[in-house]
Design a protein. Sequence first.
Length: 147
Amino acid sequence: MRNSEQILKILDEQVRSYSRLYELLKGEKEAIVSFDPPSVEALAKEKDSLVLQLRLLEEERKRLVDAFFGDEKGGRSISDLHAVTGDKRFLELRSRLLSLLQGIGELNELNRLLIERASLHLRASSAFFQSIGMDTASPSHAVSREA
């Protein structure tokens, strides 16, 4: 099979999905910074669903690329597809994918650090309240700013 249009469609869908993941990660960062656990949880569920979709797209892309190249020896990269077809759309999609993946990696690392810091802050706050005799598990105790 030498039809590259299906591969281009899958790559385009991957770009859209990775763009959506990037936006979700930006939303997650905002939710972490504003300390909004319900939003973080909802975004995590959306991310899980999107990551599953991305895995399925990647499997389909690999299947189509394998069928495209058939028994030929050599690479199976997007650059190889461009070299064989001469279609510049492959290079454009490759560039967009690389940029998105780099941004996703950076945002994911930043969110991980923010979550670690928030978790550390919560543990320290909990330890402080326990040290002054407040049971943090019990909602009956309230702390007033005036006190």
